[in-house]
Design a protein around this ligand. Structure first.
Ligand SMILES: [Zn+2]
Length: 129
């Protein structure tokens, strides 16, 4: 019965289903905040780790570095702060503004970055980080 219901879903809904993010895992260590599954999140988003890091340090107005699969940030930040920033990053740098699908990639043209959508073919300019 469940299988039948699933097969009747339009392909769009199925795509949204596949775009489930892992939950952010962070902890505070001294005066730094560690994001444990940083690498995993970048893989799910299909985004460059340095791009996401640059976005986070810019928004948090702090410094940060990638350490293997983790990232650490100067200062103590609440889990919810990261969750909010992740949502914003996805809205701005992952979802196509035209068709709202997450099947996009970032392409650099000259000094500018563009979001190219695999679903509808649209190219949108991005705010540089
Ligand atoms: Zn699109």
């Amino acid at each position: 019965m469940l299988e039948k219901a699933l097969s009747q879903l339009p392909p769009k809904a199925e795509k949204r289903e596949r775009f489930e993010l892992p939950e952010l895992s962070s902890s505070i260590s001294g005066n730094r905040t560690i994001l444990h599954n940083f690498s995993d999140i970048c893989n799910r988003l299909n985004r460059d780790k340095n791009h996401f890091l640059k976005f986070l340090v810019g928004e948090l107005a702090t410094s940060g570095s990638i350490d293997g699969a983790k990232a650490s940030f100067q200062g103590n930040f609440n889990y919810r702060v990261f969750q909010k920033l992740l949502d914003r990053y996805i809205q701005e740098y992952v979802f196509c503004p035209i068709c709202h699908q997450p099947d996009t990639s970032i392409v650099k043209k000259g000094r500018f970055y563009h979001l190219v959508c695999d679903a509808c073919g649209a190219t949108s300019s991005l705010r540089s980080i």
